[in-house]
Structures are given as C-alpha cells and as structure tokens.
Design a binder for this molecule. Structure first.
Ligand SMILES: [Zn+2]
Length: 301
C-alpha cells in the first residue's frame, strides 16, 4: 500500500506557472520539461506499484538527510525482508551502454542513473543504521518509458527495463510474508524525516512585473477568460468553470509565486487582470481567506 504519496514539488509547480505566464529562457524551459517528464514517469510507476496486493509499504518521493548530506529517493518499498530503493527514469528513445557509461544513440553521454542509485543506497544504509535498522537494501533503476530501448544492456546491472517492470513487480507481489510493527514504525520514522524544502531548486529570477496577470482557462491555458454571472468562460475554447473555483486556483498561484506579497482586494483584483469586479474579489477573499488588520491596512492570509 502507498504509505506516503507523491505530489508535484514546489519547484515544478512554480516553473509550471511561470511557463504559462512569462517566456522562460531556453535553459529554464529545458529544465522545466526535464522535471515534468521525470514527474510523469514517477507517476506512471506509482500507478503500477499502487496495485500491489502483497503486504508492503511504499514511500514515494523522499528527501532525507544524513550527516549534513541530503539525498532524494524516487520510491522506497518496505517489504518483509528487503527494502527496495527505486530510481525511476523516464528516458525515451534509443540508448546504449558502454564502459559503465550511458549514451544516446547519437553518442551524447547522459547521466548514468546507477551513480545516483549507489549514492542514495549508501546514504540510506547509513541512515537506517543510525536508526538501528539493518534490513538489506536492493536498489533498482526503473526505466519506465515503453519507448525506451537500451542496446548493449549489461546483465549484471540493477536495471529494470520497460518490458521487465511488470514481471519484476509480480515477483514482489507473490511474497506472502506479512509486515509487523517494526516495519510500520520504520515507515513512520522515514516519513517524519522527509524534508519538504529542497535545496536543489533551480528557479529563474522573476518579479511581479515580469509575469502575465489574469485567470487562466483550466482547459486550454488561455488568458481570454471573462466572467458571466457566477461562471468563468473561456473566449478561446468555450470552457466554463465556476468563478469561485477559478479564483481559488488563481490565488493559489499568486501565493506560490509571491509568498512575500500581502494579499488585499486591490492586489488580487490586479492579479486577476481586473476581469472580476472589486466587490466580488472582496467577497471572495473574505469568504476564503483570513483577514488580518482593519480598513485600508487589512490583508488576507
Ligand atoms: Zn479555454
């Protein structure tokens, strides 16, 4: 069962919003697309592990620290006698393996995920030992994309290729052993050690003036949205949404991008590109956020 679920990182959410609201540099855009693709691969793997019926605890997306060193785990699976550590890669296309290196078909070398896997394994082992646990760890690189091919794939490496993932999980699923209290305590401990703020975030610098204001259509990402009664209608695709829902989404993006800015009626009115009346903005904020202070100094949290 899924003990800790995965959600999009703040970094990915911010890049996602910035990508819609400003033009990213080629480098930032590339970084965003790599993160997005990686996340989609992880979600695909989650959709397979969540179907497992054997007694196991799955902890998705852990950021842990041991002796001032931080490491990230895509997915960890606690079974009766083994802890599986998964590094999930959503690589797509033809690759080949040579002298412990991984290359694209055009001979460009890409990061060999084994190095990352080994590092995480070592650090996890140290962390478990510090918690008095000595469960053996099995690290695997999961190549999840069905369009991934690895030529000259070595037999002695911990790779699970796309055509093997199902069988690999089936084998784990056939383990009849039941977990006990010790396993659950360990899962709880590891989850409690999860760090929420990643030190690896690579975000472009941006300011309030850089980003496009407005409500974005949930269906087609257009800014051509207008309000009619209690609904928000997209002038491009005709999609309709409850105004209250569109405003909630829009304020979440505002808080995510500008956590230091105080929210008041004028500010949010401006953020919505003035397509919603101030009176409605005021009512929305009163209903959904907490007001701090009074009169013209009031703001919302
Ligand atoms: Zn639309």
């Amino acid at each position: 069962m899924i003990y800790k679920s995965r959600s999009e990182s703040a970094e990915l959410l911010i890049l996602d919003s910035l990508n819609k609201r400003m033009s990213l540099t080629e480098k930032d855009k590339q970084h965003y697309l790599v993160l997005r693709k990686g996340y989609e691969g992880e979600v695909l793997f989650d959709s397979m592990t969540e179907k497992l019926e054997c007694d196991c605890l799955i902890l998705n997306d852990l950021l842990l620290r041991i002796n001032h060193t931080i490491f990230q785990i895509d997915a960890l699976m606690i079974t009766f006698d083994t802890m599986y550590l998964f590094e999930v890669k959503n690589y797509e296309g033809d690759f080949y393996y040579e002298d412990d290196k991984l290359y694209l078909a055009n001979k460009t070398e890409v990061t060999n995920p084994i190095n990352q896997l080994r590092r995480s394994e070592t650090l996890l082992r140290q962390l478990l030992q510090s918690l008095g646990d000595h469960t053996p760890i099995q690290g695997k690189v999961i190549f999840i994309n069905p369009e991934f091919t690895l030529f000259q794939a070595p037999l002695n490496k911990p790779f699970i290729l796309p055509t093997q993932v199902n069988r690999f999980l089936k084998r784990i699923n056939s383990n009849p052993s039941k977990l006990n209290r010790k396993h659950r305590i360990l899962a709880e401990k590891l989850t409690s050690l999860h760090l929420t703020e990643s030190p690896y975030q690579q975000l472009p610098s941006y300011s309030y003036d850089d980003v496009q204001k407005g409500i974005i259509c949930d269906r087609c990402q257009s800014f051509e949205v207008f309000v009619e009664g209690k609904r928000c209608i997209c002038g491009d695709c005709g999609g309709e949404e409850k105004l209250s829902e569109a405003l909630l989404r829009t304020i979440e993006v505002f808080k995510l991008l500008f956590p230091e800015r105080k929210i008041n009626t004028n500010e949010f009115y401006n953020w919505c590109n003035e397509v919603v009346s101030k009176e409605r903005i005021r009512r929305f904020l009163r209903k959904n956020l907490n007001m701090v202070g009074i009169h013209q100094w009031a703001f919302f949290e």
